[in-house]
Design a protein around this ligand. Sequence first.
Ligand SMILES: Cc1ncc(COP(=O)(O)O)c(C=O)c1O
Length: 416
Amino acid sequence: MDAVSCFEKKTDDTIAFVDLKRQHEECATDIETVVQSVLARGAFILGEEVRKFEQEFAAVCGARHCVGVGSGLDALFLAMKGLGISAGDEVILPANTFIATALAVTHTGATPVLVDHDPHSWNIDPRRIRQAVTSRTRAIIPVHLYGRPADMDAIVAIAEELNLDVIEDACQAHGAAYRGRCVGSIGRAAAFSFYPGKNLGAAGDAGAVVTNDAELAEWLRRARNYGSHVKYHHGMLGFNSRLDNLQAAILRAKLPHLARWNERRRLIAEQYREGLRDLPIHLPEEAADSQHVFHLFVIRCEGRDAMLNFLKSRHIDAGIHYPVPIHHQPAYADGCVTRGPLTYTEMFADHLLSLPIHPHLTDGEVQRVIAAVHEFCEARGAVYKVVQRSRRDVLPTVASRPADSAALAPTGAPQP
Ligand SMILES: Cc1ncc(COP(=O)(O)O)c(C=O)c1O
């Protein structure tokens, strides 16, 4: 989740982590028109805008159904409830994700089982999933983290073999594609968040479930609305989690910009890759078979906190996604299990740094970020030389990855 403070402009020349003011300037006329129209009609709950947005967003995802709900957390939670996931079940997810992925599992009564990610894609490692499966496992949640699609072919193959559901957490990956297929259309269901700072963001909280499963979509339409299809008739114990008409209208006004904004994010990522490639930092690897949408541009570096502070001193907002893995959060002191070593999750948490990559950054601002990172690395040159010599101990390369036989051996009982 992007901190709200990121949205506040601190000084005139601050490079904001997310700049919703500039985004609004680009679509202000369209948004003001549709907002006025909804206000004038006085139709706020489950109206025409919601229905149209659901159709349009389903089409963007290449899926048959979209059901708008209150948030990304609700989308994950309701999708799992609709699939019958409940107490006694286990759901496997990556340890490095926003806490909402785990919370959604917990709120169904099931247990989140955290596994490590792959050090190249930084997405959930399918081999770790296979190891973590028990007779209680019901589903897998691959998170398309930072906007890069997870290894869906391998994940779907495991799920089909073991009869598990796949619920994509696409909250950071609007418009991303994996081997020619849009994320959101690959698993049994997918959850999207339209939190304001997302690649497609509302003017408040909002989310959606996307699915090809007509029965699940029908269940979700009732579940989000007090379990009701006909007013005051309740066939099930439902919830109140409706995408509201104003948010849907705003999302419809922004949706035509999504592809271009994502393209701009990719161009900025290219500039970062080019400008930072000689420095002793790890850059996100190319995803040859997928379309990354760079919700975040996350690097790995030594002296992360010092770099963060240095960038701040240069009026550049950066972030950390995420500083504390879920299993170290006090909220999850006893509520989740980890399976298999979390080598990369543990090792990366202190080294991750997200550079600003919103689509309204100017080329000049991107160059300012690159120059500041250079300046920082040059100032710490001596330290970096030491780090580079001992890099195998500090930042694992593929070669230093534990051999499959050892690292992927059966793990036995869940670790607390
Ligand atoms: C990976 C991931 N999952 C789930 C969520 C939850 O979305 P929301 O904030 O709309 O509830 C987020 C949002 O920050 C997210 O980044």
